[in-house]
Design a protein around this ligand. Structure first.
Ligand code: 13P
Length: 254
């Protein structure tokens, strides 16, 4: 089955020169790989979305945004909306990322509003869920994940839920070099499938893509993606090095 490999480039590529170097290196590395079974999604900072989508035309490469606001237009100084990123070439948008929660006071309700506006505008939401270290240690990880899903996807129809990409991204594994075991990831995947099966029936539940995110590297991707049978990965730091990022894709493609 086709895997989805998403690059979250975060607040990097600071200048036009850096952007160009990244794109040139990405294209060169991509040419040397035969990725027949991968959907690659690059999520650059919003100011680069248009240029990325014009510069990268490979059929297995799509572009995504890292964020949108929950309204389409109006007096919201500094915000960027779903129709805007869509019109400059984004097909995906990351929603509910733990860094949005940590630094920008986002929560399950804001994620819900953003998911709805993304779907309304034909964007695929990449919805991140996962527990903190404290929540894991106190034994409440499953409850936290369930709440994130129930509240984040409230009032989203089964038909629409099918097109949401879910990422199990434990907060403690983001930017930390700590990686869950394959079994821990499998447990989260089973929990998510059960939840979706209960809410939308097994047929819809089995169609939903469930990815893993958090300190993914070429040398750990077997453990965090192949072993627990995930549908792909969301990659932070390693996506800034195209050769390493595409090595991850290559490992999953075979
Ligand atoms: P790292 O891969 O750098 O841990 O980041 C993960 C992440 O936040 C992806 O969204």
């Amino acid at each position: 089955m086709q895997k989805i490999i998403i690059a979250n480039l975060k607040m990097n590529l600071l200048t036009l020169a850096e952007r160009e170097r990244y794109i040139e290196s990405f294209k060169k590395e991509l040419k040397n790989k035969n990725l027949a079974n991968s959907q690659i999604v690059l999520c650059p900072p919003a100011v680069h979305v248009e240029y990325f989508s014009k510069s990268l035309k490979a059929k297995n490469v799509s572009i995504g945004a890292q964020n949108i606001f929950s309204e389409e237009r109006g007096s919201y100084t500094g915000e960027i909306s779903a129709p805007m990123v869509k019109s400059v070439g984004a097909k995906y948008v990351v929603i509910g990322h733990s860094e949005r929660k940590k630094y920008f006071f986002e929560n399950n309700q804001t994620a819900n509003a953003k998911i709805k506006i993304a779907l309304k505008n034909g964007l695929v939401p990449v919805f991140c869920v996962g527990e903190t270290k404290e929540e894991r240690l106190s034994g409440s990880a499953a409850d936290v994940i369930m709440k994130q899903i129930v509240e984040g996807l409230a009032d989203v129809s089964s038909a629409k839920i099918q097109s949401v990409v879910i990422v199990y991204e434990p907060v403690w594994a983001v930017g930390s070099d700590e990686t869950p075991t394959g079994n821990e990831i499998l447990e989260a995947k089973i929990l998510l499938r059960k939840l979706f099966s209960h809410a939308c029936g097994p047929e819809v539940a089995n169609k939903i893509k469930i990815l893993y995110g958090g300190s993914v590297k070429a040398k750990t991707v077997g453990q965090v993606c192949l072993e627990p049978g995930m549908d792909g990965v969301l990659v932070g730091r390693e996506s800034l090095i195209p050769s390493e990022f595409l090595k991850i894709a290559e490992t999953l493609d075979s």
